[in-house]
Design a protein around this ligand. Structure first.
Ligand SMILES: Nc1nc2c(ncn2[C@@H]2O[C@H](COP(=O)(O)OP(=O)(O)OP(=O)(O)O)[C@@H](O)[C@H]2O)c(=O)[nH]1
Length: 416
């Protein structure tokens, strides 16, 4: 049941009816769209009219001022449909036309064009109308009224022009000042921010620097303490080693008594003191009897233990201020400050008894061990320690000769 053209006139009408039914609503819709778009443009113009004015119209406006005779040719190229232009464009277009008409001597038509411009101005904001290109309306009106010899009206239009131009100038100046102030404020804030940022960076550097310095100081302090401690420990160690070495140099390793060298050093010192203070000073020399036999009969080790025991007994018998030392193989000596010959003899006698009475059976020695003692006092000799000890040694030899295990005091007739 297709309707094809040419079959019958009725079918043409039907086709036409279908086409009309389809296209008319479409065209109506396109028209509504166009109007809506135009309204949209218009609304934009209200917000920013100057930015939305057709560039050709602006060019025509300039042309109308400089060379009005060239305008009509250009105007023809422009689409004359008013629906295509917004209020500002219609306004400016009317000014262009008025200028051309005025230049052509068509005063009334020029006035009419200016009236059209005025009508269009109702949709344009006041501050836009005060712009110089829009203000040409009043200059043109003034020219038109002047041409019509209506000087009052011409004067009024000029006045209006000046008033509006002044308002435009004031606004522009105020805008410029506001913009400059804003720019100055923005720049100032930017500079302030930059300054604050730089200050913050500087502060961070300072903080970091202070922390580094603090860390370095702490490290140096710790290093100093560690170095001091190491130095102190090493010094202490060295001091202890030196003391041990000193003690070793002065001590007999077997009995731990002072050795001969240390006894002589102490003896010389104390002799000098006794001479100076004129105090008593005595010395004892003792020698273990038949020590070779102990070595031979009981071994060298046992004989060593006997020497150690005699050393112990000698130490415990001496007074706190006395010095007891081993001066040779089985030979010992004591120096006794502030002891006269009798007192020294008593001490020697006490030690002799102790040695003789000591039970050495734990060492396997079943017979008593004895020692011979010689005692001498400082006043008996030239006051020198060596001579004092020599005198005591002489007396000890006498004790040996007399049969051992006894104490003999030095007497001047004994041979030195
Ligand atoms: N075990 C031991 N023996 C020593 C030490 N020093 C010396 N002697 C020994 O002591 C003995 C000393 O012998 P002599 O000088 O004859 O003296 P003595 O046997 O005591 O005879 P008198 O002195 O006359 O009573 C020697 O045999 C030395 O070897 C020592 O440190 N340890």
């Amino acid at each position: 049941m297709w309707l094809t053209p040419g079959k019958s006139p009725g079918s043409f009408f039907c086709l036409a009816a279908v086409c009309i039914g389809f296209f008319v609503p479409v065209l109506a819709q396109e028209k509504i769209k166009g109007v809506e778009q135009s309204r949209k443009v218009s609304s934009i113009v209200k917000d920013k009219p100057d930015n939305n004015v057709n560039a050709k119209i602006l060019a025509l406006l300039e042309l109308a001022q400089s060379t009005p005779e060239a305008v009509p040719a250009e105007l023809e190229k422009l689409d004359e449909n008013p629906a295509l232009y917004n209020s500002a464009e219609s306004y400016l277009l009317s000014l262009v036309k008025a200028r051309v008409l005025f230049e052509d001597g068509e005063i009334e038509q020029a006035l009419s064009a200016l009236e059209s411009a005025k009508k269009a101005s109702t949709d344009i904001p006041e501050h836009v109308l005060n712009q110089p290109k829009y203000l040409q309306l009043y200059l043109l009106l003034a020219d038109v009224y002047a041409a019509k010899k209506q000087f009052d009206l011409a004067y009024a239009q000029k006045k209006e022009y000046l008033k509006r131009y002044q308002a435009y100038s004031d606004k522009k100046n105020a805008d410029t000042v506001r913009m400059l102030n804003k720019k100055y404020e923005t720049d100032r804030k930017l500079k302030e921010n930059e300054l604050i940022n730089n200050q913050n960076i500087l502060k961070q550097f300072q903080i970091r620097d202070a922390e580094n310095q603090k860390n370095a100081q702490q490290k140096n302090f710790i290093l100093l303490i560690v170095t001091t401690l190491v130095f102190f420990v090493l010094s202490l160690r060295q001091f202890k080693v030196r003391r041990v070495l000193q003690k070793m140099a002065q001590t007999d390793s077997l009995t731990k008594l002072l050795n001969r060298k240390a006894l002589f050093a102490q003896g010389q010192l104390l002799t000098g003191k006794a001479v100076e203070e004129q105090s008593e000073f005595s010395a004892i020399v003792l020698d273990i009897d038949f020590f070779k036999r102990i070595n031979d009969d009981y071994s060298h080790d046992i004989a060593d233990k006997v020497l150690q025991q005699v050393a112990r007994l000698g130490n415990e018998t001496m007074r706190s201020r006395d010095i007891f030392a081993r001066i040779g193989g089985e030979e010992f000596a004591a120096i006794l400050p502030e002891a006269n010959l009798d007192e020294a003899k008593a001490i020697a006698e006490r030690l002799r008894e102790k040695i003789f009475e000591y039970n050495f059976s734990h060492l396997g020695i079943d017979c008593p061990v004895s020692a011979s003692f010689g005692v001498a006092s400082l006043h008996q000799v030239i006051p020198q320690f060596e001579l004092l000890l020599h005198a005591a040694d002489k007396a000890m030899s006498v004790a040996k000769k007399k049969g051992c295990n006894q104490v003999v005091s030095f007497s001047p007739h004994q041979q030195m």
